[in-house]
Every structure is written in structure tokens, then in C-alpha cells.
Design a protein around this ligand. Structure first.
Ligand SMILES: Nc1ncnc2c1ncn2[C@@H]1O[C@H](COP(=O)(O)OP(=O)(O)OP(=O)(O)O)[C@@H](O)[C@H]1O
Ligand SMILES: [Mg+2]
Length: 236
């Protein structure tokens, strides 16, 4: 591990009627792609929200590149270099592709130049459709847009929550290829919540399995490539 990007310890968080996260601890190094797997409702998205700061934590600590961020706002975390692609994408359907990307531009750390060109280089279809309303895009293209919006902010850490849901397999492969390239070319660290075993096997360097708000296992690359072993942690 070449420097720790994310360090979480003793994390408890929930929605007012008790904690969902029950003492999560994990560590992610620079340049890693780490998957978080687990059945529906175990708290994967809750963990992503707590890392981004859209959900306040009850107790525990989150450090990003060595700095405590547990009490910072989502905007502050974004400005420090955390990008978030929420489950369900949450793009703005009534805005154009480019206007959606502008939402990410406001938190661009580098400020030097627009990063649309970078997004369009990774996802050419978004460049072709830049003036089109985002709501008219296919599900896969909307997912590309959600990822692109996060990339515009020049993140050092990208949180991606179930990018493959509801998307046809060829587009899932295309998105996987782009995430792989960004990781390789920009050394972008990625936390990937995913249930698609092919995408996990393709991308993840290692993983954590969650159950009932806890990390219950650490998974090696080989274990993640073993569909049968992996399905045990995913099956409902
Ligand atoms: N906004 C909310 N208010 C109250 N409870 C919530 C809220 N969001 C999620 N929960 C509950 O928290 C628990 C964990 O949800 P979470 O979305 O983190 O699961 P998940 O692992 O991401 O599941 P999935 O694979 O279905 O996305 C579930 O019991 C869920 O019902
Ligand atoms: Mg989820």
C-alpha cells in the first residue's frame, strides 16, 4: 500500500431509528480498487453516504489522506477530493448533459480548466449528446454521466455505488473498462459497491464483505474472482 487514502475506524451511523453501521473499520490505499459486497440492506450505501458526509455519523472516525473529515460537510469533502456516484445515479433529468457536468465543475479542485474534455474522452457518447437533456439518455448513459459528474471534480477517491444496476451488459463492460483505465492512468483510488460478479472480478484488487452493518470478511483478488465464493456474500 502506497499511502493510505481512506481510514475508517469504529464507525456507527444510521437514520434516527438506531444505527445501521455497527462499528465499521477499513483502510484503503492509494491506487486501489476495493469492492464492498454484501446482501441487500446490509448497509453498503449507508457506508458510502457516511464517507461522503451526506449522512452524519453517530460515532467513529473517518480520515482522508491522513486528515480527519468525520465532521466536515459533503461540500468540504468534495473539495478535498472525494467524488461520489450515488446508487440510482441522481442526475438532473431536466438539465442537459453539460449542465449536469457543470454541477461537478463547481467542486473541481484544480480550477485550472474545465474537465469536460476528460469526461468526453472517457465517454465519447456524452460529448456527442452534451446538449441533450439528461432524462432522454439511456440508463447506461445516465450512469456514465453520473460518473462523469464526479470525475469533473478531479477526485482522488471515487465512491461508486452499484453502477451496473439496470444497465445492459455491454454498457456495464464499457463502464468497467473506463473505471479500469482511470484507475490505471490517473491512479484514482476507487471504492466500488457492486453486486455484478463479472464487474467485481474484473475491477477489484480486493474487497470487504459486509453483513448487518459490519465488515465480516476481507476478500482477496482470487476470492473475488471465484463466482461461487462471491455469491455467498451477495445472495439475498
Ligand atoms: N433514508 C433512510 N431512512 C431510514 N432507513 C434507511 C434509509 N436508507 C436506508 N435505510 C435502511 O438502512 C438499512 C441499510 O440500507 P442501505 O441502503 O445502506 O443498504 P445496502 O447494503 O446499500 O442495500 P442495497 O444492496 O439494497 O442497495 C436498510 O435496512 C434500509 O432499509
Ligand atoms: Mg445500496
Amino acid at each position: 500500500m502506497d499511502g493510505t487514502v481512506l481510514n475508517i475506524s469504529g464507525l456507527y451511523a444510521g437514520y434516527g431509528n438506531g444505527n445501521i453501521l455497527q462499528g465499521v473499520a477499513l483502510e484503503i490505499g492509494q491506487g486501489e480498487i476495493v469492492t464492498i459486497v454484501g446482501r441487500n440492506g446490509v448497509g453498503k450505501s449507508t457506508l458510502m453516504k457516511a464517507i461522503m458526509g451526506v449522512l452524519p455519523v453517530t460515532s467513529g472516525d473517518i480520515a482522508f489522506i491522513g486528515r480527519p473529515i468525520t465532521r466536515l460537510s459533503p461540500d468540504q469533502r468534495a473539495a478535498m477530493g472525494i467524488g461520489y456516484v450515488p446508487q440510482g445515479r441522481e442526475i438532473f433529468p431536466e438539465l442537459t448533459v453539460e449542465e449536469n457536468l457543470l454541477m461537478g465543475e463547481s467542486i473541481n479542485r484544480t480550477k485550472r480548466r474545465t474537465r469536460y474534455d476528460i469526461v468526453y474522452a472517457y465517454f465519447p457518447i456524452l460529448g456527442e449528446r452534451r446538449r441533450q437533456l439528461a432524462g432522454t439518455l439511456s440508463g447506461g448513459q445516465q450512469q456514465m454521466l453520473a460518473i462523469g459528474r464526479a470525475l469533473v471534480g478531479a477526485p482522488r477517491l471515487l465512491l461508486v455505488d452499484e453502477p451496473s444496476v439496470g444497465i445492459q451488459p455491454t454498457i456495464v463492460q464499457e463502464i468497467g473498462e473506463v473505471l479500469e483505465r482511470i484507475n490505471a492512468e490517473e491512479a484514482l483510488t476507487i471504492v466500488l459497491v457492486e453486486q455484478n460478479t463479472r464487474l467485481i472480478a474484473r475491477l477489484a484488487h480486493r474487497g470487504y464483505a459486509m453483513d448487518k452493518g459490519r465488515i465480516v470478511a476481507q476478500l482477496t483478488c482470487d476470492q473475488l474472482a471465484n463466482q461461487e465464493a462471491l455469491v455467498r456474500y451477495l445472495a439475498v
